[in-house]
Ligand binder design. Structure first.
Ligand code: ASP
Length: 434
């Protein structure tokens, strides 16, 4: 989400969309009650379709965006293998830290249940508003098909990636991601001259996809207004209370990961003083917070890692450049919490295996998310759909996203420097020994 050029920044407009939508919806609900025919008609005939329009603008670009981002991200990390030990160690730490982040998020959201407590009757009305009958039938069908672990694994490997991409919004996402991962790994193992054209092509697709998302986001203030209005017109203030709990939970989890998990990692793997470390990277954290973009923070991160933290240039530029797109701990954590929160909010019970799927997808999404403001949202929308939650649900969380985006970007970038520090110190020890 960027500024819309002149005047008021876009994120403020989106927030205004949320605030007005919530206030107007709650007011109508209090004054008229959702049974009022005029209000029902307004929601069904206007608010709903406008919200849909906004969401579809995002959905339509998700498949090319995801494919190009994942292949390029993995190919870069895959390249790391050629650089040998440094690459493998960064990759290992990325996977471990992202997994910890997602596990932390999922545990907290299951414990606190910020989306629970919505009056079931009202929620049912909301579901009816959103759900198409065939969707309901499909969810029930999916619920019945609880298969064995091995079978689930078999289903992750697609028979035909084109078919899976066509049904990415109806459960084909995971196999499609798997295909993109394998494609990226293979691309990294083929000589660079042979893949140069494909890489350039995918870079083009990626840049164009980001542009399309930017176009769609210009419409977000109105889209968010419509989506939130529909929700609060049915649920009233319950919706706002749940949203407040969700925001606090995300902030708490992010802070815990940043100052708890990262500190521990630094202490265990580098014996650096975490407080001093965070002081050294203060300017990086501030830049990430202000820009909400890992990519935009990369130059500051590179400078600070070398000059303030004193990391060797080769290792730090390598790890940080890859990390800016490939390692997004904060985003992975946030995606896990958000998906489960919205599922709770809409009364969709996710089974353990569905939650594990969310976990896997959120970890991979850390690689597939573009390091730009709001980069997480296309992923969230599509993962929601694939676990059977109406993607309209994102409206309620999107309006409040800017502050969460700023905060999770701090983790994304700090995580890169933590990894760079661990790998550098590891290298130094190996060299001293060998
Ligand atoms: N803004 C994040 C970043 O640039 C991506 C996201 O989570 O939306 O790292």
């Amino acid at each position: 989400m960027q500024t819309s050029g002149r005047g008021v920044p876009l994120h403020l407009k989106i927030f205004a969309g949320l605030a007005f939508g919530a206030a107007a919806g709650a007011l109508c609900q209090a004054l008229l009650g959702y049974d009022h025919p005029g209000l029902q008609a307004f929601v069904k005939d206007y608010a709903q379709p406008i919200g849909q329009l906004f969401l579809r603008l995002i959905f339509m670009i998700v498949v090319p965006l995801l494919f190009s981002a994942l292949v390029l991200g993995v190919a870069e990390i895959g390249d790391a293998r050629r650089v040998g030990r440094v690459g493998m160690r960064s990759l290992l730490l990325t996977v471990v830290l992202s997994s910890l982040a997602v596990i932390l998020g999922l545990t907290l959201v299951n414990l606190i249940q910020p989306g629970a407590g919505i009056d079931p009757e009202r929620r049912n009305e909301l579901m009816q508003l959103y759900a198409k009958p065939e969707d309901a039938a499909k969810s029930i069908e999916q619920g019945k098909q609880a298969t064995s672990w091995l079978q689930t694994l078999v289903e992750i490997v697609p028979r035909n990636p084109i078919t899976e991409s066509a049904r990415a919004l109806e459960g084909g996402l995971l196999p499609f991601m798997f295909f993109a991962l394998v494609f990226g790994i293979a691309m990294a193992s083929v000589e660079a001259e042979k893949t140069a054209a494909v890489k350039a092509f995918l870079e083009g697709v990626f840049a164009i996809s980001i542009k399309v998302i930017e176009f769609a986001m210009r419409f977000a203030p109105v889209g968010v207004f419509a989506l939130v209005f529909s929700t609060t017109a049915v649920l009233g203030l319950d919706a706002i209370a749940a949203l407040g709990k969700y925001v606090l939970l995300v902030l708490f989890a992010l802070a815990f990961h940043q100052f708890g998990v990262y500190s521990l990692t630094l202490k265990l793997l580098t014996r650096r003083n975490p407080i001093q470390f965070f002081r050294q990277i203060r300017s990086v954290m501030l830049t990430a917070f202000a820009t909400s973009s890992s990519n935009a923070t990369l130059p500051t991160a590179l400078r600070s890692a070398q000059e303030d933290v004193g990391l060797p240039r080769d290792v730090s530029s390598f790890v940080l450049t890859i990390g800016a797109t490939g390692n997004q701990n904060g985003t992975a954590l946030f995606e896990g919490i958000t998906i489960l929160f919205l599922a709770q909010f809409f009364g969709v019970d996710l089974t353990l295996s569905q939650q594990l799927t969310v976990m896997g997808m959120a970890i991979v999404a850390g690689v597939g998310t573009a390091g730009v403001p709001g980069g997480a949202w296309p992923m969230i929308a599509i993962i929601l759909q694939s676990v059977g939650v109406q993607p309209e649900a994102i409206g309620i969380a999107l309006g409040i996203d800017r502050i969460l985006d700023m905060s999770r970007t701090v983790l994304n970038v700090s995580g890169d420097i933590v990894i760079a520090a661990c790998v550098s110190d590891w290298e130094a020890r190996s060299e001293a020994k060998g």
